[in-house]
Ligand binder design. Sequence first.
Ligand code: PLP
Length: 385
Amino acid sequence: MKPIYVDNNATTRVAPEVVEAMLPYFSEYYGNPSSMHTFGGEVGRHINEARARLAALLGASPEEIVFTSCGTESDSTAVMAALRSQPDKKHIITSRVEHPAIKNLYEYLAKTGYRVTFVPVDGKGLLDMDFLVSSLSKDTAIASFMWANNETGVIFPIDELAGILSERGIVFHTDAVQAVGKVPIDMRKTRVDMLSLSGHKLHAPKGIGALYVRKGTKFSPFLIGGHQEKGRRGGTENTASIIALGRASEFVAAHMEEENSRIRALRDRLETELTRQISNTFINGDRRQRLPNTSSIAFEFVEGESILLMLNEFGICASSGSACTSGSLEPSHVLRSMGVPFTAAHGTIRFSLSIYNTESEIDLIIEKMPAIIERLRAMSPFWKK
Ligand code: PLP
């Protein structure tokens, strides 16, 4: 059975065009780009073409792109670079709803002596801007705020944040892992200093990411080693995956405008129908400032994991809003920070669409969901009809 894959914020299918582009780099172009010979040098040129393709997607210069192994490495590199280049500053700030790649790094840094501020969000997942501004000081080394939330799709006001932070000379990093390829990004118009992205969220393979570093930003490498990436990231280049990311950048750019309206319409229909047909069901997060592909839907008084298992029987692959920690199913920190009631956070499902989803797939989800929820609620001790 072909899966109905609506878990694209977890990872995406590698586009066939992207697979095709990367294959020669396993067989034909296997030279080391750092080698002196022409065979290796040619690979180096292709890497730089891929860099230019990714830069074009971001409205950046190719020299501002550093290839990494994943979004997590890009996030760590950005934060650590900002801290190492400003050793006297001991305050760092982020939001309460970041991905663990930032959240856990900040929690670790708190244990090593940094003063950490986690800015709260409201019930819609939007940042408390007054709290944020009043927390900034001359001691703030870096502010890291995600472009778009991986669970709810809620988009933070990046331009406004960039204005506030650049006025105060604070390094601004954004984890744009969920935004790149889904919404237009133009670094010429936004004063972000560093931006993280990850290939596997935009139809390139897993194991490749990139960090945008604005020209003039103080930087020190996280992976210390060879001279690769102009000394900004040691390690022999993951050539095939870099080529793939370059090709994927073109792929998403070419389809973004047309596909975004199609995907948004599918997502909106899914939400409209599920909330109409199933009682005690609501959408988590702000519905306007949101990625077009993401829907976080709370079905009250049922367990998300049970919903996922039943969806799985129909080949429907989605995600829940819980994290399985030490045997208990804890609602995610994102939903908890938004104040989503426990009974709703527990029953939250994330549907995340891509270019490959079709209308008939969405129809099938709409057809199956009401009976699944009814069956589970009939078994739930908390459900009162
Ligand atoms: N940041 C966000 C917002 C994400 O959604 C993810 C992955 O889900 C990451 C960072 C980590 O990216 P990677 O899996 O490439 O390390």
